[in-house]
Write a protein that binds this ligand. Structure first.
Ligand code: ADP
Ligand code: TRP
Length: 342
């Protein structure tokens, strides 16, 4: 039996990069797992490490992420969908991990260094982010953590922390915490409307559920040059075609690519490719968009969403409490049984 776990930060509206690079993979893992063996949480405590996070919008962003997963097909009867902050035991495990982890490990974190290099004034939470991330992985005993490339180092640090705890408190041949492995998604990099990696922080993203005029406006902003349709082009450099590729069968993509490459009469212009992209997005996400609106806007939908998150939190918390107990007993704080059972 394989257990999956991943976390998603509530940083606004999820975009196509999030979908093809993470969400789609997560939903597929949940389908292949046994019921109750896929854990996905909205990493709201992690979001607080960003000094620009808007606290008025945080609650809404948490709901938006959860509703997106459900609308796109995550079955809450098979997967455990919850909010990180509904499991306070995670912060307790993070503390225990902190007491066995050297400063050097955290100082080597790329993500921290990148953010500081970009001018972010770091708070202590940003520096200790990998400890909280390790805790929210290890506290559910998962086998596999599906993540994007940028997160691999965090998983490797998590693996290191399993060893640190064992070295300090373990007994031979028996690990206190389960060592997780990472799994990369099939689509490691989706390009944004400017051809760079799509990211909410670059302002080059397309929201998964964008539709109608707003979608048209966004797609029209996809950067293209001034070449005429008949001019031969490198398909890899035609940004709308790279996005269309994500939605269509490989054979269909090859037909488009061949025409673009050879140029001449009948070759598609940029407007033509953009229209095909809009149609593909519309068809692919039509049902999901309606379900998303129901969960976010209608009273019964909102209640249903809240209930799923609350139930998910309870299930996740009971797993977390048993793992925390196991750790606390091994570090010499076994009295915690009294608190956990009261
Ligand atoms: P953003 O860059 O918009 O803030 P996040 O860093 O929150 O996105 O990413 C959430 C998840 O989506 C991660 O697993 C990440 O690897 C994946 N992801 C984000 N952008 C892309 C992209 N352009 N292509 C592929 N995967 C992506
Ligand atoms: N750091 C991850 C990101 O920014 C989010 C995250 C938090 C996560 N905790 C996790 C991912 C645990 C996987 C497992 O995308």
């Amino acid at each position: 039996m394989t257990r999956y776990l991943s976390g998603i930060q509530p940083t606004g509206k999820p975009h196509l990069g999030n979908y093809f690079g993470a969400i789609k993979e997560h939903i597929e893992c949940a389908k292949s797992a046994q019921p109750g063996e896929a854990f996905y949480f909205v990493a709201d405590y992690h979001a607080l490490t960003n000094p620009n996070v808007n606290s008025d919008e945080l609650e809404q962003n948490i709901r938006a992420i959860a509703a997106t997963y459900l609308a796109l097909g995550l079955d809450p009867n098979r997967a455990v969908l919850f909010r990180q902050s509904d499991v306070p035991e995670v912060t307790e495990l993070a503390w225990i991990l902190a007491t066995s982890t050297g400063m050097g490990l955290l100082e080597r974190a790329h993500s921290y260094k990148d953010k500081v290099a970009k001018g972010m004034k770091p708070n202590v939470g940003l520096f200790t982010y990998p400890l909280l991330m390790a805790a929210d992985i290890l506290i559910y005993d998962p086998d596999i953590v599906p993540v994007g490339k940028d997160q691999i180092q965090h998983i490797e640090m998590t693996q290191d922390m399993v060893t640190y705890i064992d070295t300090r408190f373990g007994q031979q041949d028996e690990s206190i915490l389960k060592r997780p492995e990472w799994k990369l998604s099939q689509t490691p990099k989706v390009v944004g409307i400017d051809g760079e990696k799509m990211s909410s922080s670059y302002g080059n993203d397309i929201w998964i559920f964008e539709s109608g005029k707003a979608l048209k406006k966004r797609v029209n902003k996809i950067v293209t040059d001034s070449k005429a349709p008949e001019e031969a082009k490198n398909p890899d450099e035609v940004i709308p075609l790279q996005l269309l590729k994500l939605f269509v069968e490989d054979a269909t993509y090859q037909e488009w690519a061949t025409k673009v490459k050879s140029g001449g009469e009948g070759a598609p212009g940029y407007g033509h490719i953009k229209k095909a992209l809009m149609d593909a997005m519309d068809t692919t996400f039509e049902d999901a968009r309606l379900e998303y609106q129901r969960l976010m806007e209608r009273d019964e939908g909102k209640r249903e969403l809240d209930q799923i998150l609350t139930d998910g939190g309870k299930k996740a918390r009971s797993v977390a409490q048993s793992v925390l107990l196991r750790v606390m007993q091994r570090v010499g704080l076994g009295h915690v049984t009294q608190r956990l059972s009261s």
